[in-house]
Design a protein. Structure first.
Length: 629
């Protein structure tokens, strides 16, 4: 059965474009000039493939169903229903075929075809020989035996490799040497994956053959087949039973994560498990979620950009596909800088999903475009997070916001490098796995070495073929108009808004941050970078948002001010800094869930300062309400 499935996979790929000569014995189909050929034998890398769907012949060329073909040869495919174009990718090559078009694109170059892809009974069919040969296959036709022999280069499909289990511990990706085992709907993993990959942790076998797992000062002792677990020497009865397999203690991972405080997700069909232990992942504590409706907020009356650190956003195309990135190398976003001060401060914020079917490399580069002045990276620091599941606001956006507001961006090795005139250097490099999302925020300070004009180009670039990132200097790829995520550069990475004065014991007031008027400052039109298009950033991705609230208390009594935050355009989460302390805002549903904070006034007139960073996902990020408790 396994060989059959493998064979079917290979067949689909081979059938893309094949020219076949000889007489046909099948009767003509309803489409003019099309015949069905089910008497053809197809061998791929020496293995005979059985095809269940009709094989078509048109003008002595064989055609196969699109999906079956691409899956058979191990190629990924993107289908654009607007243009009727299939973009397929295998072993670093890209082939674009369009229904009824006699011209294909192979790695971005036009190539003539002998027969066009077609629609047959509402299904898409592709020519076998053309596809096979353009993916470096060798095709032979024996008219006597009516046999097609195809030899495909690259990894042999005859030897199926079982995918390993992948474990993510606080965004650290681990290819496991052991399986994840499920018993009675409960998942178990070896305990040493926790002790080895969590800081301040250890694992030890005890004399009675039980296993002690020590994590951040907490002790958990598991015994083979026992429902009793010792937590800090106190016995607790659980439903699961730990067990020993191949010399390792398998522990019930949901129980462990719940005990430590965190979240867990296991995607069994992908063999991937995500573990988040909050005390390691976040610096700050979560605010408690409350439930209830909130009133409609007013627009923030005034807002302005503040500070000398500008913002470059690389978030379009968010979904990296072969149709949007047909070539091996591409520039995702770029920003040309003409120096106006001794030190130029930049923030680069990126967010991309790899749908290219293979691992790619993304980088931030700087090209010194000056003919005479060297430039120096005086400071370079940031945070990068990746995830292969759909909790991106939680495990990417929230951790970025938490680290930024807490001042915990990590220093980069690019700090201190000098870039000579005409030279390009890499600031940061990221490896991005298939179907993974990457989010990064990087602050870079640039100075002219000799006090002259510092002119340079900042880029985010991508390579599918492990090319030298410094050689990628093309203009940014075109904007994906069907997925309007932001791209551009704006004069500041901070917005400042001062709310109207609030007097204690007056009615509640609420203000909407990002209202499309007074604080919609990051528009398409005012982007500093327009090459191949820009899109505005109304969700304030990568921005610090500062809010000042004047408070007045003329009662002569001590008063407590209550603040509420809620989402205003979708599921909201983020980080909030107040009086120097950062809190995390859990995911909030629009206008029905909120978080609260209290502030005790000490005088008759005070100013409450807030700073927020949104974790992503919404275009109207948050509303703030002020009332007296």
């Amino acid at each position: 059965m396994l060989n059959k499935l493998k064979a079917l996979c290979i067949v689909a790929a081979v059938f893309l474009a094949f020219i076949l000569s000889g007489q046909t014995s099948a009767s003509a189909a309803s489409n003019q000039g099309i015949q069905i050929r089910n008497n053809v034998t197809i061998n791929i890398n020496g293995e005979t493939i059985q095809i269940n769907d009709p094989i078509l012949n048109k003008a002595d060329f064989l055609l196969l169903p699109m999906r079956a073909l691409y899956e058979a040869i191990g190629a990924s495919v993107d289908w654009n229903k607007e243009t009727l174009t299939a973009s397929s990718y295998r072993d670093g090559k890209v082939v674009d075929l369009t229904i009824d078009s006699m011209t294909a694109l192979v790695d971005g170059q036009e190539v003539a075809m002998d027969v066009a892809p077609l629609m047959y009974k509402d299904r898409t069919y592709m020519p076998l020989r053309f596809v096979s040969e353009n993916f470096d296959g060798i095709v032979n036709w024996d008219p006597t035996t009516q046999t097609v022999d195809i030899t495909l280069s690259g990894e042999s499909p005859e030897i199926p490799q079982e995918d390993p289990y992948i474990l993510h511990v606080n965004n650290k990706r681990i290819v496991m040497d052991d399986p994840i085992i499920t018993k009675q709907s409960r998942a178990y993993i070896p305990a040493d994956y926790l002790s080895d990959y969590l800081a301040d942790s250890a694992g030890n076998w005890l004399p009675d053959k039980s296993f002690e797992l020590q994590i951040a000062g907490m002790s958990l002792v598991f015994k083979d087949g026992s429902n009793n677990v010792l937590i800090n020497n106190e016995s607790v009865t659980i439903e699961e039973q730990p067990f020993i397999q191949k010399g390792k203690m398998y522990v019930p991972i949901t129980f462990v994560v719940n005990t430590l405080g965190g979240n867990l997700r296991y995607i069994s069909e992908k063999r991937e498990m995500y573990i988040y232990v909050y005390r390691y992942m976040y610096t700050s504590d979560f605010l408690e979620k409350s439930f209830g409706a909130t009133s409609y907020p007013q627009p923030v009356p005034s807002a302005r950009l503040e500070g000398d650190r500008d913002l470059m956003v690389s978030d379009n195309p968010e979904n990296l596909t072969h149709s949007l990135l047909p070539k091996s190398n591409a520039t995702l976003a770029q920003y040309e800088v003409k120096s106006t001060s001794p030190t130029n401060k930049h923030r680069v914020f990126g967010w991309h999903l790899n749908k290219l079917g293979a691992e790619v490399k993304i980088g931030i580069t700087i090209e010194n475009t000056s003919s005479s002045e060297s430039i120096k990276v005086s400071s370079s620091k940031g945070i990068t997070q990746m995830s292969g599941n759909n909790w991106i606001g939680h495990d990417i956006g929230l951790s970025i916001a938490d680290a930024t507001l807490n001042g915990k961006l990590q220093k980069s090795d690019s700090t201190g490098i000098v870039i000579a005139p005409g030279e390009t250097k890499v600031i940061e490099t990221f490896e991005l796995f298939p179907d993974y999302v990457i989010g990064f925020l990087h602050d870079i300070d640039i100075q002219a070495v000799n006090g002259g004009s510092a002119d340079y180009m900042i880029r985010t670039v991508l390579t599918k073929s492990n090319s030298d990132l410094t050689k990628i200097k093309t203009d940014a790829v075109a904007i994906d108009e069907y997925a309007k995520h932001p791209r551009g550069a704006w004069p500041s990475a901070t917005i400042l808004a001062e709310l109207p004065e609030y007097t204690v014991d007056t009615q509640e007031v609420g203000y909407n941050l990002s209202n499309g008027r007074t604080d919609h400052l990051l528009t398409t039109e005012n982007s500093l970078s327009q090459i191949n298009g820009a899109l505005g950033n109304p969700g304030h991705f990568g921005m610090n948002y500062k809010v000042s609230i004047p408070l007045v208390n003329d009662t002569g009594k001590k008063k407590t001010i209550k603040l509420k935050l809620t989402g205003r355009g979708g599921l909201y989460s983020g980080a909030l800094k107040i009086n120097g302390k950062v809190y995390l805002v859990p995911s909030l549903r629009n206008s029905s869930e909120y978080v609260e904070l209290e502030y005790k006034m000490k005088g008759s007139s005070e100013k409450l300062e807030l700073e927020l960073m949104h974790a992503g996902g919404v275009n109207l990020p948050v509303a703030i309400y002020v009332e007296t408790k």
